[in-house]
Design a protein around this ligand. Sequence first.
Ligand code: 4NP
Length: 160
Amino acid sequence: MIQVLFVCLGNICRSPTAHGVFVHLVEQAGLSGQIGVDSAGTSGWHKGAEPDGRSMAEASRLGYDLSFIRSRQVSISDFEEFDYVLAMDESNLGDLLDICPPDYRHKVQLFLSFSDVSEREVPDPYYGGAQGFTEVLSLVEKGGVSLLEHIKHHDRSELR
Ligand code: 4NP
C-alpha cells in the first residue's frame, strides 16, 4: 500500500481539494485498495472543521465530494506512516521540513513537482475571490493526474 498525504496551511482549502480529487482519480484507476489518501494542515487552526464552503462548492461543481474530510494538523508520526508528504506551497514545504525527522526528509516534496505545469505552488485562495478556488481546482486536477502516473510507474511493485 502506498500512502499519500496532502498538506497545506489550514487543511480546509487546498489540501482537502487535493485529497478529494485524488481519491476520485485513484478510484477511477481501480487502485483504492493499493493507494491510501489523506490530508492535513501545518497549523491546527481549523481542527475538526469541514472544508471551506468555497472549496466544497467548486469541487462539487466539477463532480468531486469533499464533505467527508475534517481538518487535522500534521503530526510527527505522519512522516513515518506516509510515503508521500506533499506540500501545496513553499511555505508549507519549509514548515514540514522544519519538523520532519531526518530519515524521512526525502518524502517531503512540493505536490506540483510531479507535474509539468509551469506553476511550482498551489496558491493560497483563502483571502481572495472565487477565481482563486477555480485555480486551485484546476492545478490540483493536473497535479493529481501527474502524481498518479508517477506512482503507477515508480511504485509499481507495491501496487500489485
Ligand atoms: P488552506 O487555506 O491552507 O489552503 O487550507 C487557508 C485556510 C485558512 C487560513 C489560511 C489559509 N487561515 O488563515 O485561517
